[in-house]
Design a protein around this ligand. Structure first.
Ligand code: ZN
Length: 107
């Protein structure tokens, strides 16, 4: 799982995404992908959930080579920048409303 909390020396807890291949910090969503292993046996005729992994773009092919798909599977990907945006939207995240609520909590 590449979604983690980084506890820094200042005591703060910061959510981060790490690469599932090299385990380094992903600090630029434009240079990373979200991958999932999709099965071919049933096409896309029914809804399914797949686990995702996150990798630097430079690590993408290396990760896929180290984790080869079975005969009835294939690796799919989104650019991480788009994936994070879609994930937050699917979780009901509204950036303007969240910013307004955050400002209410600021001293
Ligand atoms: Zn990496």
């Amino acid at each position: 799982m590449s979604l983690k909390i980084h506890i820094r020396k200042d005591g703060g807890a910061y959510p981060v995404i790490t690469c599932d291949h090299c385990f380094g910090l992903i600090d630029d969503v434009r240079n990373a992908n979200a991958l999932w292993l999709e099965t071919t046996d049933e096409g896309r005729e029914r809804e399914r959930l797949y686990e995702t992994v996150h990798v630097h773009k430079r690590c993408d092919r290396l990760f896929e080579a180290a984790n080869p798909a079975e005969a009835d599977q294939f690796w799919m990907s989104h650019e991480l920048e788009h994936d994070v945006c879609m994930m937050l939207a699917n979780a009901g995240y509204n950036p303007r409303a969240a910013e307004a609520r955050a400002k209410l909590r600021m001293p």
